[in-house]
Design a protein around this ligand. Structure first.
Ligand code: PLP
Length: 488
């Protein structure tokens, strides 16, 4: 089936053109180079075959909502309870964003202040600590909440934190740095252990996960991913969490659009199962850059203390844009869009598989596909660069037990949300698969001075990059980004 859901075409192109032309004129009078860069960015995005799984194109309504005086307002606190005067309009947009989020996801509580996905996770982690960690010494001192701690209490708390554990999906299986890994504060706050996928199938190994959880007894069982091409059974995850007394936190940053659009339902919808759900708003959900948290009632108050615990003042212009984006996602067209994302991913995976490209788990049932390019003798880095030279924008990514490590890698991650927004359907994605297979099959690693294959340098057969670039340009021309939006 070819799907042609094109929700970002549902705007008044003449009005948007006037708005952006005027905005660029005003900006250009102060710093013309910035105005020029903004213009150029639109051209570049229009001309790039964007397969980066975490990126998308927000609607002009969402984008315009961010460029105004809401940016000037401080609004620490919560709706109706601010530490600054004059927040009545911020109250309006924050309350709307939270209400739309609750309705969209069927959640009892939504906190829309986090500035990014990482910030949403920090809010969730502190909320769980605040809610779950028993500090007898502090209780005796009458301390009710982590926000009320004195300096001496903090020393005790840091000590207590050292004993807290997080179990998250391993990085090479598709987990995220913020799920307890060392380069991120989560890896310093918590003692971390990880679960992974089955060696043969590449699928999440729930039995091994259950066994690990029983042994490790984490405070937080972290679920969610950035590079796992399959659905996750959150009902099973919750069962495991309950069995070991853990709090289930699901980070749906990548697949929030599929949850909103009801592609992931029942056991695969995190909202009814997780204690706390964190997300970005700018990936498959197609909103402004930002984050948010959904929480079951027992965690609601703790989550609402995200600012000032780990967040600075909220960004009212972005909360306003979240309200607009969530309203868009509540429309029936968004469900069509989400369905098209998943159908297109299947078409892409089948097209690649048919042309001999190896896929981790053999396919997909979400918005992304993870290619294992080692059968072409390439590293992920070489494949990423060869594809980019041919006009195809992807990113390299480790595969499970990757022999090439996290820098060179053996994988390439691609996703369908952005091009689906442009109106690409299954036929177009099959053509994209053909282009990718052609480039990979025509690329060979260069030899190093010692004769071994290089992990970074490569050559692509003459003419392939040019031919691919023009084929990609044709596809893009047939599916314009923001059709009718004209800055000239
Ligand atoms: C992208 C991502 C994040 C981080 O989002 P930012 O907005 O860049 O901070 C967090 N968790 C997961 C699983 C992600 O994929």
């Amino acid at each position: 089936m070819t799907t042609t859901a094109r929700p970002t075409t549902g705007f008044d192109a003449a009005a948007a053109s006037t708005a952006y032309r005027s905005a660029l004129e005003v900006i250009g009078a102060v710093e013309p180079r910035v105005a020029a860069a903004i213009s150029q960015e639109l051209t570049d995005q229009r001309e790039s075959l964007k397969l980066i799984a975490s990126e998308n194109y927000a609607s002009p309504a969402v984008l315009l909502t961010m460029g105004n005086w809401f940016s000037d307002k401080y609004a620490e606190g919560t709706v109706g309870h601010r530490f600054y005067a004059g927040c009545q309009n911020v109250d309006t947009v924050e309350a709307l964003a939270a209400e739309h989020a609750r309705e969209l996801f069927g959640a009892s509580h939504a906190y829309v202040q986090p500035h990014s996905g990482i910030d949403a996770n920090l809010v969730a982690f502190w909320a769980v600590l605040a809610q779950r960690v028993e500090l007898p010494a502090l209780e005796k001192a009458g301390v009710k909440h982590v926000n009320d701690l004195t300096d001496a209490d903090w020393t005790t708390l840091r000590h207590a934190l050292g004993d807290q554990r997080m179990l998250g999906m391993s990085l090479d299986a598709g987990g995220h740095l913020t799920h307890g890994f060392r380069p991120n504060i989560s890896g310093k706050m918590f003692e971390q252990s990880s679960y992974g996928t089955e060696p043969g199938t590449g699928l999440l190994d729930y039995d091994a996960l259950r066994a690990r959880a029983r042994e490790f007894r984490p405070l937080i069982l972290m679920a969610g991913y950035s590079a796992y091409p399959r659905r996750v059974n959150f009902a099973t995850m919750r069962e495991i969490a309950d069995e070991v007394g853990a709090t289930l936190v699901v980070d749906m940053a990548h697949f929030a659009g599929l949850v909103a659009g009801k592609v992931l339902t029942g056991d695969f919808d995190p909202v009814p199962h997780a204690h706390v759900v964190t997300s970005t708003s700018h990936k498959s959900l197609r909103g402004p850059r930002g984050g948010f948290v959904l929480a079951q009632p027992e965690f609601a108050d703790a989550v609402d203390r995200g600012c000032p615990m780990v967040l600075g003042g909220p960004l009212p212009h972005v909360m306003a844009a979240k309200a607009v984006a969530f309203a868009e996602a509540r429309r029936p067209e968004f469900a069509d869009y989400a369905r098209a994302i998943a159908d297109n991913a299947v078409a892409l995976a089948e097209g690649l598989d048919r042309r001999g490209v190896q896929l981790v788990t053999g396919g997909t049932d979400n918005h992304l596909v993870l290619l294992d390019v080692s059968s072409f003798g390439l590293t992920g880095r070489q494949a990423e660069s060869a594809l980019l030279d041919a006009g195809i924008v992807t990113n390299r990514n480790a595969v499970p037990a990757d022999p090439n490590g996290a820098w060179y890698t053996s994988g390439v991650r691609i996703g369908t949300p952005a091009l689906t927004t442009r109106g690409f359907g299954t036929e177009e994605f099959d053509r994209v698969a053909e282009l990718i297979a052609d480039v990979l099959g025509s690329t060979t690693p260069a030899a190093t001075s010692s004769g071994t294959p290089s992990k970074a340098k490569f050559t692509t057969a003459d003419g392939v990059a040019d031919r691919t670039r023009s084929a990609a340009a044709e596809l893009l021309a047939d599916h314009p980004l923001y059709p009718g939006l004209d800055l000239a």
